[in-house]
Design a protein around this ligand. Structure first.
Ligand SMILES: Cc1cc2nc3c(=O)[nH]c(=O)nc-3n(C[C@H](O)[C@H](O)[C@H](O)COP(=O)(O)OP(=O)(O)OC[C@H]3O[C@@H](n4cnc5c(N)ncnc54)[C@H](O)[C@@H]3O)c2cc1C
Length: 448
């Protein structure tokens, strides 16, 4: 019997339940990836190149027998199954509205058994529940329950023979990938992280230090299993336990998205869909290009544009700036991030944007408005991170780099900075913006 493993965001063989099942149930197995223009054409070149490099690595691991097809999977997968005598289909399930709809259509179109499994999360949806049997709307009880759920037994690949089925050529990437691709690259990154993880509890909020794992894109593309990461890290030090907690957030946002696939479109606290957001194309462009005049915000956006990554603390600050300082709809920022981030993931991105905007379950309360300058002083005290991404502010000392507009023209000139020329004046007054936002949120709440 010939089985099919349809790879999607699980680009590995180790601890991959769908691969294990396909190679266990069939005598022969086909490995398929569908390059879906609806997803592929909407992301940055950098992200496309990384995906192509991961696919090339997976193909190498499979001895050149990964079939790649271009097109809409809703048509491509049923045709492939019918044309190649496939009798069983498996994949690792996904949670976004697009993925849920696509998988429903493909399942309905297939006349053979389909077995979706969960290989992208530590705990599959439906396994971490409240006493009443539902998904917690609050993270802390979810986390407590999550820690208690035992892992499923790790699946290993079965003995099936891999068949070679011709497909479309893998497009050439435009440039070198942002990281060493594939499972080997992901394992190297995990190994390096294991040397640093114990400092996570102190360093994770300091963007100037290499204090976080940078494993998010591997988890996004599935070049490493989150269960394997959890297992290798363990929770026997404070740093390790804090790191594992982040993987629980990741599961929680995925479980939440499966239940509420409209998370990218609707505020999860519906009263906040009545907020009167500002139409501010000039402000949005300044934010997108890192030209707001708030150094920590601009450094974050320039990191994103230059690398496809941004430190978590800075993601919170730039998101807060867009939503609460500019009073711009969080959905605009969510889409921009999803396009540019190498780890861009519907559930994690929308879940975190709603957290920052105060519109999500268990979100930051709406009246908590980050002050970008004091946050910058606290989390980038020496300005190391700002200097890395805003070389034009290099000459400013550790006190003034967080808010150059506080300095007079002579002090600025001594540091080689002319505001409005080398670096913008702040595009908004934070105190004024804060009051404007609180009023807009209050009005939305009282209208509901
Ligand atoms: C506005 C905003 C948008 C975000 N968009 C995404 C996104 O599209 N994709 C994404 O993977 N993460 C997203 N995050 C979460 C977080 O910023 C990144 O996961 C993290 O910065 C990745 O760096 P790291 O791997 O070094 O993280 P580490 O600190 O080393 O964390 C380890 C892993 O835990 C998970 N994790 C960490 N923080 C969070 C979190 N807040 N929510 C959910 N999972 C988390 C990630 O998988 C991460 O790789 C977003 C956060 C914010 C505030």
């Amino acid at each position: 019997m010939r089985a099919l493993c349809w790879f999607r965001r699980d680009l590995r063989l180790e601890d991959n339940p769908a691969w294990a099942r396909a190679t266990g149930v069939g005598d022969e197995v086909a490995a398929l990836y569908v390059l879906d223009p609806a997803l592929f054409d909407r992301v940055s070149d950098r992200r496309r190149d990384l995906l192509l490099a991961h696919l090339a690595a997976l193909d190498r691991t499979l001895g050149g027998r990964l079939t790649l097809l271009r097109g809409d999977p809703r048509a491509v997968v049923p045709r492939f199954v019918a044309d190649h005598d496939i009798a069983h289909v498996t994949w690792n399930a996904d949670v976004s509205a697009y993925a849920q709809d696509r998988d429903r259509v493909v399942t309905d179109a297939l006349a053979v058994p389909v077995e979706p499994l969960w290989g992208t999360l530590v705990q599959p949806p439906g396994t971490v529940l409240t006493a009443k049997g539902g998904l917690s709307r609050v993270f802390t009880p979810f986390h407590r329950a999550w820690q208690r759920v035992p892992h499923e037994v790790w699946p290993t690949a079965g003995p099936a023979t891999l068949v070679a089925i011709a497909g479309d050529p893998l497009p050439d990437p435009a440039r070198e990938p942002a990281m060493t691709p594939g499972e080997d690259g992901a394992h190297e990154r995990l190994d390096q992280w294991l040397d640093r993880v114990d400092a996570y509890v102190h360093d994770r909020d300091l963007p100037g230090r290499p204090g976080t794992s940078h494993l998010s894109a591997d988890l996004r593309f599935g070049t490493i299993s989150p269960r394997l990461v959890l297992d290798r890290v363990g929770d026997h030090t404070d740093g390790r336990a804090a790191f594992c907690r982040q993987l629980a957030w990741r599961d929680w946002y995925a479980h939440t998205t499966l239940a509420r696939p409209d998370i990218t479109e609707r505020a999860m606290r519906p009263e906040y869909d009545a907020i009167e957001w500002r139409h501010d194309p000039v402000g949005v462009e300044a934010w997108q290009t890192g030209r707001t005049g708030f150094p920590i915000v601009d450094a974050g956006m320039r990191e994103l544009l230059a690398t496809g990554f941004m430190h978590n603390r800075v993601r919170m600050l730039v998101a807060s700036f867009l939503v609460k300082d500019l009073l711009v709809d969080w959905r605009i920022g969510e889409r921009f991030f999803r396009h540019h981030l190498l780890d861009g993931d519907v559930a994690q991105n929308a879940g975190n944007w709603q957290w920052v905007a105060g519109t999500g379950p268990d979100a930051a309360p709406y009246f908590r408005v980050f002050n970008p300058t004091t946050q910058s002083e606290r989390f980038d005290p020496d300005g190391t991170y700002i200097r890395r991404w805003l070389p034009e502010l290099e000459g400013l000392d550790r006190r003034s780099i967080h808010q150059p507009s506080r300095l007079g023209p002579l002090e600025l000139a001594a540091a080689g900075v002319t505001l409005g020329q080398d670096y913008p004046e702040p595009i908004v007054d934070h105190g004024f913006a804060r009051e404007r936002t609180l009023a807009a949120y209050k009005a939305a709440k009282s209208a509901s």
